[in-house]
Design a protein around this ligand. Sequence first.
Ligand SMILES: Nc1ncnc2c1ncn2[C@@H]1O[C@H](COP(=O)(O)OP(=O)(O)OP(=O)(O)O)[C@@H](O)[C@H]1O
Ligand SMILES: [Mg+2]
Length: 192
Amino acid sequence: MVNEQHNLRSTYRAKRRALSQTQQQQASHDLIAQCQPLLSAGQRVAFYLANDGELDPVLLIQFCRDNNIQVYLPVLHPFSPGHLLFHAYHADTIMQANRFGIPEPVIHCQQICPLKQLDIIFTPLVAFDASGNRLGMGGGFYDRTLKPIARDGLSTRLIGLAHDCQQADNLPVQPWDIPLTKIITPTKIFCA
Ligand SMILES: Nc1ncnc2c1ncn2[C@@H]1O[C@H](COP(=O)(O)OP(=O)(O)OP(=O)(O)O)[C@@H](O)[C@H]1O
Ligand SMILES: [Mg+2]
């Protein structure tokens, strides 16, 4: 299983990194129309900053800001190893690189949103399948952080964002993996 996951991660990371800048920009643009029906003013929605060829939600983030939707980004939890916090992300938010080199907001406690108050969390992924299974980068960060959603019956929706080339047939599933509610690609929507 561990070897299989390692091989799947290399294969699908290489696929998304092989996309050209033009393909990435087109995908980022097409994502707005795909996600627009799910979004409305007043919602709290978490995104991510694209890394390693991930589908880039930057245009969708701008769409949200323009439409009075509150935008959040994951931040590595300073005291709880392996967990994430969700922090407000405004045009003037001060950012710093985390230990993976990914920019994240400098934490201001009053700008952290509890998981249960988020309407939607858009997650990046390495690979997905049509049943809503998600293979991430292997740190278990989302799995640990999102565990309370099913356990406590929260209404927060988990939506994976991916390029079409990240679809796998059937991913191996581990007991701790948190399944996605939906996966949205630039051309398709999969509801688990
Ligand atoms: N809820 C949890 N409690 C404790 N350990 C966990 C939990 N979820 C995941 N892990 C640990 O994290 C490691 C990585 O998990 P996994 O391979 O599923 O990562 P991933 O889903 O690819 O990563 P991510 O969630 O960051 O996208 C596993 O070895 C597992 O032991
Ligand atoms: Mg997992």
